[in-house]
Structure formats: C-alpha cells, structure tokens
Design a protein around this ligand. Structure first.
Ligand code: AHG
Ligand code: MN
Ligand code: MN
Length: 341
C-alpha cells in the first residue's frame, strides 16, 4: 500500500468525507463509527495474540445462551462495552454475552444511539485458529426515549430497517471492517503497522446468483421438506439459476461464511428444525446487521418467508431462521419452502 498516494483512503478519511456531505452534521455519528472501529482494532490485537497470551480455551463460564464462553468472548465483550462506552454516544447496549441490556458507561441524556453486538462470533473456532468475527447493529433512540437519562428496552425492539449503521469485522488472514450506513457497503483492511483501516473494497456488490451453498448438513434430517428439496437440487447441480458447478463451503463462523458469500455469491442457510423452530442465530446482533449489509450490496436476507429487516425483536436474544446471500439463491429457497412446507 502506497501511503504517499492520494488514492489511499483511510477509514477516518472516509467517515469525515461522508460527514461533510451532511450539512451541519455534529460529528456524533462519525464518532459512533470510529469508536466501533477502534474496538475492533483492539479485539483484533487480542485475537492475534490469543495463542501467545493463553486467551484460547474456555473461560469456564456459560453465557445466557447456555453456551460455554471462551476467554476471548469475554475479552471482546469487555473491549466493546468500555471502548463504545467511553465515546459517550451510546445510551445502552445489548451484547450476546450479557443477559440484559446494559447502560453505556458515559451514556447520558444527550446520547442519541444504542448498539447491539456479538462481540466474538464463531467462538467454537477460536482454539482451532479459524476465522472469527464481530457483528454490530446501531439504532437511533426512539423519539419517546430521546433525552431521558434511562436506558429503554423499546430502543432495541425496532425492525432492522431502522438500523442507522451495521456491519462486521472478520479476524482472518487479514482483519477487515465491512459496514453500511444505508448508502452502499464498503470494506476496509487493517494495516497493523500503522493501526489504520484502509479502503480496499469500495461499494461491495454481491453477485445476483452464486454456485456455493453453505449450511451445516449434519442437521439435514431435522430440516423441513422445503429445505431438504432445495439442498437435493443443489447436489444435483440445479441451483435454479443456471449454475451447474455447485460447491458447499461451511466454516462454522457466521461472519466468515457470510463474508465469502458477499464476495463470491451463493447462499448461507441456518434453518430452524423440529427441535429449534427458530434455529440458532440471533436476530438483533447477528441476522439483522448482516441483512442490512447484504441488502445494501444487492442481496437478500429472509427467515424463509419474510425479510429479516422487517422482523421486530421482542426478546433481545430471540433467534430466527436465516437464509442470506445472492437474491436468486434466497428466492429459490423461499420458493422451495412455499412449495413443499
Ligand atoms: P457465536 O460463536 O457468536 O455463538 O456464533 C456461533 C454461530 C455462528 O457463528 C455460526 O454460523 C453457527 O454458530 C455455527 O453453528 P453450528 O455449530 O450449529 O453449525
Ligand atoms: Mn455469533
Ligand atoms: Mn458470539
């Protein structure tokens, strides 16, 4: 990367250039984005040192989901809570690792936003050195709660269409920060030597259809007829969109499976089943943020019959089936569900 070139755009340049487009902007939204980016830089440092600093392995506790918490999850949760708290821009937060919504440290009546995040996604992959990530979604506080110095659950019970920013960071062969504020999707790669995110993927667009499907087929027998039929079609090379050379890829970290789908096209599926009709993935801090990103990139995200972005969370940890990726692929799954279920 040529840091003397005027073509090299840092995340900071990008955010302030966007701010200048909004006459009279106060800069609070820029501060929201920069504090999220800072938190992911700190988590990235932790992830890359985990092996050396024994942060790999279970923390010995279990979280609200009843899942064994890995040390890095706890660390990432604390980094997000404190770094975002220090910005003063958030009134309250929801974290996958915490049972209830919690007040942001420096949040006060002037804080305009709330944020929901999965501080470390793909925990089961931490100790096998496979890519993991962070996912976040930002909402403006509701008019009825704005100005109050109290956190209000209603601020988190908004449909995904009300997100003002959403995105993810993937801690992989490189650390990438990918986000949208409703005006397209842009990807930034971290240059650790200067500690800056540099714009490397401008205006990301997902292919209209793709030949890679991604799901944990171990659960095949528990899925509905519609899903089973769709996957049988995939295996027979018929994705319903002209693609015949079909591949299956499954990392087991949603962020990694989604990032590949965004770049290469195709579909990621996490269906519900007879035992867990709503599947495993959480609406507020996994599915809705990625749905915002994929729609801004020209793709689609559905629960099998409805746009993920239209679902209103009642419970902050509620789950939803997720079909996300190229428009034609998601439409084909929805059609198969409509026909067979
Ligand atoms: P988290 O580590 O935040 O709990 O998320 C794990 C999720 C998601 O990253 C991934 O797609 C899914 O769990 C994998 O689930 P299975 O192991 O059931 O395939
Ligand atoms: Mn997760
Ligand atoms: Mn997680």
């Amino acid at each position: 990367m040529d840091f003397t070139s005027t073509k090299t755009i840092t995340l900071t340049d990008f955010i302030f250039a966007e701010q200048r487009k909004h006459e009279g902007a106060s800069g609070t939204f820029s501060n929201v984005l920069l504090s999220i980016a800072l938190a992911t830089k700190i988590v990235s440092r932790g992830v890359n040192r985990a092996g050396m600093t024994q942060m790999i392995g279970a923390a010995g506790s279990t979280n609200v989901q009843g899942e064994e918490v890995q040390k890095l999850d706890v660390y990432a949760d604390k980094v997000f809570a404190t770094t975002l708290g220090r910005s003063g821009e958030f009134m309250a937060m929801v974290s996958e690792e915490r049972e209830d919504m919690f007040a942001a440290r420096m949040g006060d009546s002037s804080s305009e936003y709330v944020i929901a995040f999965d501080p470390l996604d793909g925990s089961s992959n931490i100790d096998v050195n496979v890519s993991i990530g962070t996912i976040f979604g930002v909402y403006r506080r509701l008019p009825e709660t704005e100005g109050s110095s109290k956190s209000n659950l209603a601020d988190f019970q908004q449909p995904g269409t009300e997100q003002v920013a959403a995105g993810y960071t993937i801690y992989g062969s490189s650390t990438m920060f990918v986000f949208t504020t409703g005006d397209g999707v842009n990807g930034f790669t971290l240059y650790p030597t200067i500690g800056e995110f540099i714009l490397t993927h401008r205006n990301m667009q997902i292919p209209d259809s793709g030949s890679i499907y991604s799901c944990n087929e171990a659960y095949f027998s528990k899925w509905s007829k519609g899903i089973q039929q769709y996957l049988k079609n995939c295996k027979s090379g018929d994705l319903g969109n002209g693609h015949t050379k079909v591949s299956m890829r499954y990392v087991g970290s949603l962020v990694a499976d989604f990032h590949r789908t965004l770049l290469k096209g195709g579909i990621f599926l996490y269906p519900g089943d007879s035992k867990n009709p709503n599947g495993k993935l959480r609406l507020l801090y996994e599915c809705a943020p990625l749905a915002f990103v994929v729609e801004q990139a020209g793709g689609r995200a559905s629960n099998g019959s409805q746009r993920i972005m239209e679902l209103v969370p009642e419970d902050i940890h509620q789950r939803t089936p997720l079909y996300i990726g190229s428009k034609h692929n998601v439409e084909a799954v929805e059609a198969s569900i409509a026909e067979h279920d």
